[in-house]
Design a protein around this ligand. Structure first.
Ligand code: HEC
Length: 153
C-alpha cells in the first residue's frame, strides 16, 4: 500500500465522520480532503479578499496575528509561533491553505493552530463553542482570497 493510498483511506473515514456529525449539528458544510488539500471552495463562491483581511486580523475571529507575522502594518504585536504569512501565496495554493485553515490537525496532529472550521464532537468543548465553528465557511473562503494575494518570498 502506497503512502498516498493509505492517506486516502484514512481521509475517507474522517470525511464520513465529519458528514455524519454535520447532519446532526446541521451547520457544517461537508468537504472532501484530497492529498492534504481541500480542492473545492466550501461555499462554491469566490472569497472576498478585503473581508478576508479583516477577518484574519480580527482578534475575536481569525486572530491569525496571534501566531503569525503578516503584512498588516496598522497592528502591532504579531505572534511568531507560526511561520510568517508574508509571501504565503507564493508557497501554497488555495486548496492547501483551505485544509490548513479548516483543520490544521489533519496535517500535523500536534499543531497548536486551531481548527477554524471544525466541530469537535469527541473532546471536551467549552459550552459557548458547542456545535459552532470558530469562523464561517465564507470566512474561510474570504481569508484564502486574501492570503493568495500575499506574494513574494
Ligand atoms: C495559536 C497559533 C496559531 C493561530 C491563531 C493561527 N495559526 Fe496558522 N499556524 C500555526 C503554526 C504553529 C503553524 C505551523 C504549522 C504546524 O504547526 O503544523 C501554522 C501554519 C499555518 C499555515 C501554513 C504556512 C506555511 O508556510 O506552511 C497557514 C497558511 C496558516 N497557518 C494560516 C493561518 C491563518 C489564516 C490563521 C488565522 C485564521 C492562522 N493560521 C492562525 C499557528 C497558528
Amino acid at each position: 500500500m502506497t503512502y498516498s493510498r493509505f492517506f486516502g483511506v484514512a481521509v475517507a473515514v474522517v470525511f464520513f465522520a465529519a458528514a455524519a456529525f454535520s447532519a446532526q449539528a446541521g451547520e457544517l458544510v461537508t468537504y472532501k480532503i484530497v492529498d492534504e488539500t481541500i480542492p473545492q471552495s466550501l461555499t462554491g463562491k469566490a472569497g472576498d479578499p478585503v473581508k478576508g483581511r479583516k477577518t484574519a486580523i480580527n482578534r475575536k475571529k481569525g486572530n491569525c496575528l496571534g501566531c503569525h507575522v503578516m503584512p498588516i502594518p496598522e497592528q502591532a504585536d504579531h505572534g511568531e509561533v507560526g511561520p510568517p504569512l508574508n509571501g504565503v501565496g507564493s508557497r501554497l495554493g488555495a486548496a492547501e491553505m483551505r485544509l490548513r485553515i479548516v483543520n490544521s490537525k489533519m496535517i500535523n496532529p500536534d499543531t497548536i493552530m486551531p481548527a477554524f472550521y471544525h466541530i469537535d464532537g469527541f473532546h471536551r468543548v467549552q459550552e459557548k463553542w458547542k456545535g459552532k465553528t470558530i469562523i464561517s465557511a465564507q470566512d474561510v473562503e474570504d481569508i484564502i482570497a486574501y492570503l493568495v494575494t500575499l506574494k513574494g518570498k
